[in-house]
Design a binder for this molecule. Structure first.
Ligand code: DAT
Ligand code: MG
Length: 151
């Protein structure tokens, strides 16, 4: 199995709406493995670092204010194809365009409150995991379910 890791964050709206367990359970039931998790209130400067690719966009300031407005559940999930498939589980950026069955499709309505973040590729996954977690916060372990998930 070609194991990958991706960075997933439940944003302040998802936390405040009580959707932590709902979101974790979708990744967990799929068969992905949780290898790091913490709850933090990012500073605005940290949010700007996280979203640095978007700094020229008109919504950048509001986005960074929002991400730093309350607790965020930061996670690293591991599994075969988890970067790309994690984005599929999340759905399109604009919840109006997200398919039903996706996290944003089922649980959000507007783009500015789309409840979850997921890395968009291998390079951003690596950078975001490094930004949010120290190496020792990532836990490598084997799960007994793996042989039933991957065969
Ligand atoms: P994604 O979170 O799907 O990777 P992105 O990286 O393009 O989307 O943008 C990051 C976040 O910025 C997104 O989750 C919500 C916000 N955002 C994106 N486009 C926006 C827009 N047109 N207006 C307001 N907020 C927007
Ligand atoms: Mg993005």
């Amino acid at each position: 199995a070609e194991m990958e890791r991706t960075f997933i964050a439940i944003k302040p709206d998802g936390v405040q709406r009580g959707l932590i367990a709902e979101i974790i359970s979708r990744f967990e039931r799929k068969g992905f493995k949780l290898v790091a998790i913490k709850i933090v209130v990012p500073s605005k400067g940290f949010a700007q670092k996280h979203y640095h690719d978007l700094k020229e966009r008109p919504f950048f300031n509001g986005l960074c204010d929002f991400l730093s407005s309350g607790p965020v559940v930061a996670m690293v999930w591991e599994g075969e194809g988890v970067i790309k498939y994690g984005r599929k589980l999340i759905g399109a950026t604009d919840p109006q365009k997200s398919e039903p069955g996706t996290i944003r499709g089922d649980l959000a309505i507007v783009v500015g409150r789309n409840i979850i973040h997921g890395s968009d590729g291998p390079e951003t996954a690596k950078d975001e995991i490094k930004l949010w977690f120290k190496p020792e916060e990532l836990v490598s372990y084997s799960s007994n379910a793996e042989k039933w998930i991957y065969g």
